[in-house]
Design a protein around this ligand. Structure first.
Ligand code: ATP
Length: 240
């Protein structure tokens, strides 16, 4: 195993009953990297992230995180180990205020008042709009603002690795650009990120490296700018 990887996935398989959704996925994410996994609807992107978090059980292969095998580790222990998964659809708690939604991310240390205040301050600096709307119900935020809230909540736990599932889903183009700018900024601040996306152009536009997933298999992997310039990728995913 190349010891420098933060996340090392080897020959990972997953099934839904008799249907095989992942056919031996291997990938790695090094500390500090922003890696994009792009693929069409149904390629297996969401299943991959669910399997990494062990919300969906792997049927074979291995996941090593920070030197520890976590393939069969309970999901809450995976969170404690430092992996934070932001699912598709964001899942903020609509009736709760923005600040209360953020505080849900601090559950393991919520009694440490000074720490919580400092973390909130850090998140508000990253996302000023959340500070502005901190007393508003989360359900009143726009889709892009809810995505920022989901990211802010995840960051409160200071994860070592962020798994981000389709943050651009359902957002207008201007907001997509804003969300990807924020994802890039988080990475520049030192958060390691595995981003899965159907929007290949935007994802590869901010990533260091990328993988292309087709029907549960990695069919290409390269530096993100090489994938953006690749003719087959352009035809299949970039609308050229
Ligand atoms: P999307 O962008 O639509 O979320 P995806 O790339 O994330 O697509 P997955 O949702 O991981 O793809 O689906 C991968 C494959 O597994 C698809 O063929 C899908 O039909 C199948 N699948 C997903 N969830 C289930 C399920 N609960 N039961 C049976 N098959 C499923």
């Amino acid at each position: 195993m190349p010891s420098e990887a933060l996340l090392q996935v080897t020959e990972l398989t997953a099934h839904y009953g008799p249907i095989q959704a992942l056919h031996g996925i291997s990938l790695e994410v090094k500390p500090g990297e922003l890696v994009a996994m792009v693929g069409a609807n149904g390629a297996g992107k969401t299943t991959l992230l669910h399997t990494l978090s062990n919300v969906h059980k792997a049927s074979g292969g291995s996941v090593i995180f920070d030197g520890q095998e976590i393939t069969r580790t309970a999901p809450h222990k995976i969170v404690q180990a430092g992996i934070c998964h932001i699912p598709e659809g964001r899942q903020v708690f609509a009736p709760l205020s923005v600040e209360d939604n953020l505080l849900l991310g601090s559950f393991t240390r919520r009694k440490e008042k000074a720490w919580v205040a400092e973390e909130l301050e850090r998140i508000y600096q990253l996302f000023p709009i959340l500070q502005e709307k901190r007393r508003q119900a989360a359900g009143t935020l726009s889709g892009g603002q809810q995505q920022m809230l989901a990211m802010g909540r995840a960051l409160l736990g200071r994860p070592k690795l962020l798994l981000l599932d389709e943050p651009s889903m359902g957002l207008a183009p201007l907001l997509v650009a804003e969300i990807f700018r924020v994802v890039r900024e988080l990475n520049e601040q030192g958060v390691t990120i595995l981003l899965v996306e159907q929007n290949a152009k935007a994802a590869l536009g901010i990533a260091d490296r990328g993988y292309v997933l087709e029907t549960g298999r990695v069919v290409l992997s390269a530096a993100a700018d090489e994938l953006l310039a690749d003719e087959a990728v352009q035809k299949a995913y970039l609308g050229h």
